[in-house]
Ligand binder design. Structure first.
Ligand SMILES: [Zn+2]
Length: 173
């Protein structure tokens, strides 16, 4: 892990400490360990993925419920972004406050961060009257490349089957 990646994580750690101190919450080592391991996850992750990463990289093991509750706490503390998808919630470390754009495939339910700045630039100047925007997250729904290819292949197969049936029918008559 390079220092660049460690720097924002250190500030997230500070924010967590401040959040818990302000609310007189217990600063348990589990919470800091979950934050450290979540910081190792690249990009967007689910509770299950974080659970597996804890098993591999964690200094100690915690229950799924603890991870879930801790992630909710991280969301409240503003150190994690929660993407509430239909299948399972996905999380991402909030290393900056820049606008973010994502594409969600309606077929395989994968969520991918859009790296092009075009979508993000469109959000920079977006303001809503009488509303204090804290996060600018843009979700675009559609079909991913894999699913498009899969659907094309299946459509081709169906057409071939239809042709076969038609040919067989012709032969019989
Ligand atoms: Zn897909």
């Amino acid at each position: 892990m390079d220092i660049k990646k460690q720097a924002p994580l250190a500030s997230l750690r500070d924010r967590l400490t401040q959040y818990m101190e302000e609310r007189s919450m217990r600063k348990t080592p589990e919470r800091y360990e979950i934050l450290r391991v979540a910081g190792l996850a690249s990009g967007i992750f689910t509770i299950d993925e974080l659970m597996n990463l804890m098993k591999e990289q964690g200094e100690f093991q915690v229950s799924r419920a603890t991870i879930f509750n801790t992630m909710e706490l991280f969301v409240d503390a503003g150190i994690v972004i929660k993407h509430p998808l239909a299948t399972a919630a996905h999380y991402e470390m909030r290393t900056d406050c820049n606008p973010k754009a994502y594409v969600i495939c309606r077929q395989c339910n994968t969520i991918t961060k859009v790296s092009t700045s075009t979508a993000r630039l469109a959000l920079v100047n977006l303001h809503v009257r009488y509303f204090g925007i804290e996060d600018k997250l843009l979700y675009m729904h559609g079909l991913c490349r894999k699913c498009q290819a899969k659907n094309r292949q299946e459509a081709r197969k169906k057409n071939l089957n239809k042709q076969d049936k038609n040919n067989n029918g012709k032969r019989k008559s």
